[in-house]
Design a protein around this ligand. Structure first.
Ligand code: HEM
Length: 475
């Protein structure tokens, strides 16, 4: 016997659109989770989407023989530029009306390009290759440290902004040996600005009736200009690499080589889409994680002190070396706990391959999108205890992380389509955060600040402002 999935009252023509918070959809989803519990459904633009909030349901949905990743047909605008490239991109977005934070661009698992790119790129993103990127990562991290040092302790820093610069530049340098130079431009660099404007417009277009779109030639022109600009920069990088081969095992060189299985090569178009994919998928997720971590560290002085002690002890006052990172167990616990309470990519969406009963009682038709609210599932008190909403890195220490129930911690997604950039992000965040705590004492500009969220591509703290004072022991 199946039990109906609860649904808030619908408004004629609009369905449940009004149940969703337009500015920060996640805030609305938290309220709905409080009201409806483990599961509810919403009707959005004629499509029913099921939302789940518990570990038990997340675990069930992590069975790839019953559920596959879902491709949102409403959001194909982004495919103009990167859609069938690479292997997948998921972009977490704030859609104005749809407001389902879920993927917007992806290649189907079976697509040929996904297969070639996946086979080529998996080795380029394994832990060994990522270690080789350490000097480039350090180069970018040093730019952030220098900036904070030179501005001095009175300067008010927007950490999300600077972490975004470091994340974007690190990706461009490590994957394609290209310098975006975000720290040396007033405002956003042109490429970053074009990417941000283009993504925003993608989501607006996805939600505009075509008749309205037809009356907005200016917006369409700008959208195409941004798209062409990004493509032309990427094409220029590819042409330049062909004209001046670089003896370096970066991701671009990997993509220019042949598929080890079939001998096939990726087309230039596909390479370009992949390059842009990395920048899109990798920069806000990492910078948001660094921003949340900064917030939690500043709100928990004891955690900050323990972390600073660990870094000082392991580095002996020298800039962190790649071999130091794995010894920083407390730092890893802080990272895991940050990604548990504040997953910067807060949802993932799957669909059942066949009609099914979820939790043994909720009937869901095949191909119905089911969004896993990772922000909620990773705070499930049945797994994390009564203090699940609190930040306690200690719960990730001394074998406790390894002893968690399967799939309880999923900030990087799951299975074959989980995050390929995980080792990259991990190393980068370790390097940046250990370097920051080693070099500076940070302060909240407003000691009374409490966490507010902002949501765009990903979730990050809103209006977090800090100051950075050089430590007398800084290297
Ligand atoms: C996929 C999270 C950093 C590239 C994903 C997914 C999540 C995620 C949740 C989707 C999994 C799913 O839908 O099941 C994160 C977080 C990061 C991060 C939290 C940082 C803290 C990066 C970086 C890169 C990257 C640095 C690039 C170097 C990708 C790509 C995919 C992906 C290409 C699609 C994989 C596929 O479908 O085959 N990521 N990511 N991510 N991520 Fe990341």
């Amino acid at each position: 016997m199946s039990v109906p999935i609860p649904q808030p009252p619908r408004v004629p023509f609009l369905g449940n659109v009004t149940s969703i918070d337009r500015d920060v959809p996640l805030n609305g989803f938290m309220l709905l989770a409080k009201q409806y519990g483990e599961i509810y459904k919403l009707e959005i633009r004629g499509t029913t989407v099921v939302y789940v909030n518990t570990y038990a349901l997340q675990q069930e949905l992590s069975n790839e023989s019953r559920f596959h990743k879902f491709i949102n047909p409403n959001l194909m605008e982004t495919r103009h530029l990167i859609g069938d490239g690479l292997f997948t991109v998921r972009v977490w977005i704030c859609e104005i009306f749809v407001s389902i934070i879920q993927l917007c661009i992806k290649a189907h698992s079976g697509e040929q390009n996904w297969g070639i790119a996946h086979r080529l790129l998996m080795p380029a993103f394994n832990a060994g290759s990522i270690r080789g990127m350490y000097p480039d990562m350090q180069d970018m991290c040093d730019q952030l440290l220098k900036k904070w040092e030179r501005f001095g302790p009175e300067h008010v820093i927007d950490p999300s902004d600077d972490y975004t610069r470091v994340a974007l530049d690190t990706l461009a340098l490590c994957t394609m040996s290209y310098r975006l130079n975000s720290f040396y431009t007033e405002g956003q660099p042109k490429f970053a600005q074009a990417m941000s404007d283009w993504l925003k417009e993608c989501f607006r277009r996805a939600n505009r009736p075509s008749i309205v779109q037809a009356m907005m030639p200016g917006a369409t022109h700008q959208f195409e200009e941004d798209q062409n600009f990004m493509k032309s920069v990427a094409q220029q990088i590819v042409d330049d690499r062909r004209a001046h081969p670089l003896d370096k095992k970066d991701v671009l060189n990997t993509m220019l080589s042949a598929d080890p299985k079939t001998g096939e090569r990726l087309s230039d178009d596909s390479i370009i889409k992949n390059m842009i994919t990395f920048l899109v998928a990798g920069h806000e997720t990492s910078s948001g994680t660094l921003s949340f971590m900064t917030y939690y560290l500043l709100k928990n002085p004891e955690t900050w002190r323990k972390l600073q002690n660990e870094v000082d002890e392991i580095t002996g006052g020298q800039p962190p070396k790649v071999e130091d990172l794995s010894k920083m167990t407390y730092l890893q616990a802080v990272m895991r706990e940050t990604l548990r309470v504040s997953a910067t990519a807060p949802t993932r969406t799957v669909a059942p391959l066949e009609d099914t009963l979820l939790g043994g009682k909720y009937f869901v038709k095949a191909e119905t999108p089911i969004t896993i609210q990772v922000w909620m599932t990773q705070r499930d008190p049945l797994v994390w205890g009564a203090d699940a909403n609190e930040f306690h890195p200690e719960r990730m220490l001394d074998g406790k992380f390894e002893a968690l129930p399967p799939n309880a911690w999923q900030p990087f997604g799951f299975g074959t389509r989980g995050c390929i950039g995980r080792p990259f992000a991990w190393q980068e965040i370790q390097l940046v955060m250990s370097s920051v705590v080693q070099k500076f004492d940070l302060y909240l500009d407003d000691p009374a600040y409490t966490l507010e969220l902002q949501q765009g591509l990903t979730v990050k703290p809103k209006n977090l402002r800090i100051r950075a004072k050089l430590r007398h022991t800084a290297p």
